[in-house]
Design a protein around this ligand. Structure first.
Ligand code: NAP
Ligand code: 8YV
Length: 318
């Protein structure tokens, strides 16, 4: 019996490739030179797509694959996938929730700790020889006993709140609906930012959260305040972020995500009170292996019985 066609969009590890190739006829988008020619020969054979949170499933790919039935995303965020279009066609979309909670929470906390303790500048002070040539590094601030506002209190937000308990924080959170959690709910994001020493963003991206962290929120956070963004670049108004940091109306920032990745504005690169990471929130061997396993498990489950293990909520009814 012939194997169903699977189109790989973006990269995959060797382990993922071996498992996919054993069960599907694999086509790699990155290796297709003439997409139209490929589509007319193979498009109709493609029943599954493996993709990621950045590349999604482009409209021209969906259009070229009339028999597409499942799209398995490597990552929990799926704002790059048009789920309405998938639901309309009965395409099941899956993602990789939970397996990356701990890693992304660690990333957010590491950014916060590095910010309070001024570790980037201190590292430079040590490495550059300035310690020997000049003097001791300036004092930094303690991460203990801070007010932490978390924007988005889902799987990862809760992991962040739990993991930072050793620093004795007062945790506030803002979401659209109050949760049954031992943290203080704030219905008003600006009011939460006014009270917080640190605002940690960990909502999904997409239109519902676009520029939720605007100039008013950043100014409310204030000259001593710290913004940590490990969600999506779209959640923060990047121009307002640059403006408030430059004017001193916002104290500092730790950023793993940006509006136009992989582009990072020069203004952000030039600021010493900003820590920049190249979207590595989940990027460890261990966590990426777990994400890769679940990505392929979803495809194999679909091949077995037409279901997926971890559908995105919009597709759970399919
Ligand atoms: P989740 O469990 O779905 O949690 C999302 C949270 O955001 C919920 O508490 C939700 O509460 C809140 N939310 C959604 N829309 C909102 C809005 N308009 N205003 C305020 N709050 C809103 O998702 P998760 O698994 O924690 O992942 C969150 C996101 O993190 C992903 O979608 C992805 O974008 C990002 N992420 C980034 C990395 C990285 O490498 N940097 C890695 C993994 C994930 P309500 O529905 O009650 O509002
Ligand atoms: C990954 C992420 O960088 O899961 C997410 O939403 O942003 C990260 O874990 C990405 O999705 C891998 O493609």
């Amino acid at each position: 019996m012939s194997k169903p066609g699977l189109l790989l969009i973006g990269g995959a590890t060797d382990v993922m490739l071996a498992r996919m190739e054993a069960e599907f006829t694999l086509h790699k988008l990155a290796e297709i030179a003439d997409f139209e020619a490929w589509a007319s020969e193979h498009g109709a054979s493609i029943e599954a797509v493996a993709t990621n949170g950045h590349d999604g499933v482009p409209a021209h790919v969906m259009g070229a694959c009339p028999n597409l039935k499942v799209a398995s995303a490597y990552g929990v965020g799926y704002d790059a996938i048009d789920t309405s279009a998938c639901v309309a066609r009965g395409i099941k979309v899956s993602h990789t929730p939970n397996v990356l909670n701990a890693e992304v929470a660690n990333t957010a906390i590491l950014l916060m700790l590095a910010g309070f303790r001024n570790f980037m500048a201190d590292e430079h002070h040590a490495r550059s020889g300035n310690w020997e040539k000049e003097s001791n590094a300036p004092l930094s601030r303690s991460p203990d006993d801070r007010v932490i506002g978390i924007l988005g209190m889902g799987r990862i937000g809760q992991e962040i709140a739990e993991r930072m308990q050793v620093f004795n924080p007062s945790v506030l959170y803002h979401t659209r609906s109050k949760k049954d959690l031992p943290y203080e709910y704030c219905g008003d994001l600006i009011a939460m930012a006014e009270r917080a020493d640190v605002l940690i963003c960990i909502t999904p991206g997409g239109p519902a959260t676009e520029k939720l962290v605007n100039k008013q929120v950043l100014e409310a956070l204030g000259p001593e305040g710290m913004l940590i963004n490990v969600s999506r670049g779209s959640v923060v108004d990047e121009a307002a972020l640059i403006e408030t940091l430059q004017s001193g109306k916002l104290g500092s920032a730790g950023l793993d995500v940006f509006e136009k990745e992989p582009h990072i504005p020069d203004a952000l690169k030039s600021m010493e009170n900003v820590i920049l990471l190249p979207h590595v929130g989940s990027a460890t061997h261990e966590t990426r292996a777990a994400m890769g396993k679940l990505t392929v498990d979803n495809l194999l489950q679909w091949k077995t019985d037409g279901t997926v293990l971890t559908p995105v909520p919009e597709c759970a009814h399919l």
